[in-house]
Design a protein around this ligand. Sequence first.
Ligand SMILES: Cc1cc2nc3c(=O)[nH]c(=O)nc-3n(C[C@H](O)[C@H](O)[C@H](O)COP(=O)(O)O)c2cc1C
Length: 424
Amino acid sequence: MYLPGLAQYTLYHMVSLTNKRIVVGVTGSIAAYKSAETVRRLRDAGAEVRVAMTRAATEFITPLTMQALSGHPVHLNLLDAQTESAMGHIELARWADAVLVAPASADFIARIAHGLADDLLSTLCLAARSPLAVAPAMNWQMWDNPATQSNVARLRERGARIFGPGSGSQACGETGPGRMLDPQDLVALLAGMFETGELAGLNVLVTAGPTWESIDPVRVITNRSSGKMGYAVAAAAMEAGARVVLVSGPTALAAPEQVECIRVMTAQEMFDAVMARVDTAQVFIGTAAVADYRPAQAATTKIKKTSATLQLDLVRNPDILASVAARTPAPFTVGFAAETVDVERNAAAKLRAKRVDLIAANLVGQAGSGFEADENRLVLIDASGTTELPLLSKLRAARELIHHIAVRYHAKNPAENPRLAHRQ
Ligand SMILES: Cc1cc2nc3c(=O)[nH]c(=O)nc-3n(C[C@H](O)[C@H](O)[C@H](O)COP(=O)(O)O)c2cc1C
């Protein structure tokens, strides 16, 4: 079911760069072709853009393209008297509200990490007092190299924001971390640097992934949750300005940047980790697929294949979501309901039974949505009604969910931020 009016549902409510002056630095990476779209999207978001390119970058994308898209001549040479007299590198550094280097090559990251100023873009980065954001793009082995890692750590220590990199298939045909984030994600992250953020200053506690319940030292009871949705929720909450603690069951995922990740294995461990943090959280989002039951007694040695059938006695695990919602005061509590049938009815029953503020329901067990998939179709249910989101990437679905939570959280707690309480 696709609700009428939902077709106009706008993504990226939060993205506004109106009147912001952004210098986009482009360096010599195969991802330089994406900077054309980055500039377009920045301008769509209301920003004024100037482009500075390294000499290597001009081998990958022409300054003419960047000039046409930004609407201004591209800054190329440090020692060019003509551009220096029009708008010199120091003037450009002062003009910028932020500098976004995307893509940032390993070489360029190394140069600015060491304060070099041997071309226009690096000189500008050194001279700029405005925030610097860097979107690395390189082969995964270059990214993994301790030299690159220590250069990135140096930049981060000095307050630069590092956007990504993402993981996946690379131009070189290999797979791993080092892909530049997509332009729309870069623009959203950049906008997040200026905005107060819908959850600014709040502590958000997120659970993610499955739990493992030991049967014996080598076997566990678990489920097919990959953790992708919960990690996306943690990233979206962070983008919205929250301080995020992610309590994660076993997953193969790297925790999002700036999120404090506590890794646990069992439901009991997850319960304990949540209870230790919940009193400082204003918002709790339980996306983890917590095992309802665990073996009453885990065998201390591997169970042998001797009998034709095997009986396991299971006992109930603590209910994390209900326990959080039952606290006084309780945080704004959001639960996920993974259902295989009757999604809305089951989710509404869960909303009432557990007394949570909001349930995000999704149909699992179908191809292309739910567990393990990269996309999800969420139905958001609270006391005031039901909102269906279209099929979205998990990060976009997470951003929509966070917006939905923020609106309801501020409506419930108007004293905290009267301005946001009226936002829809
Ligand atoms: C086809 C090709 C693709 C390249 N892609 C990347 C890349 O994605 N990331 C990177 O760090 N370097 C890449 N390099 C190497 C850089 O272009 C090289 O280090 C250059 O000196 C970077 O200069 P700059 O940092 O001044 O822009 C690539 C080189 C070639 C020939």
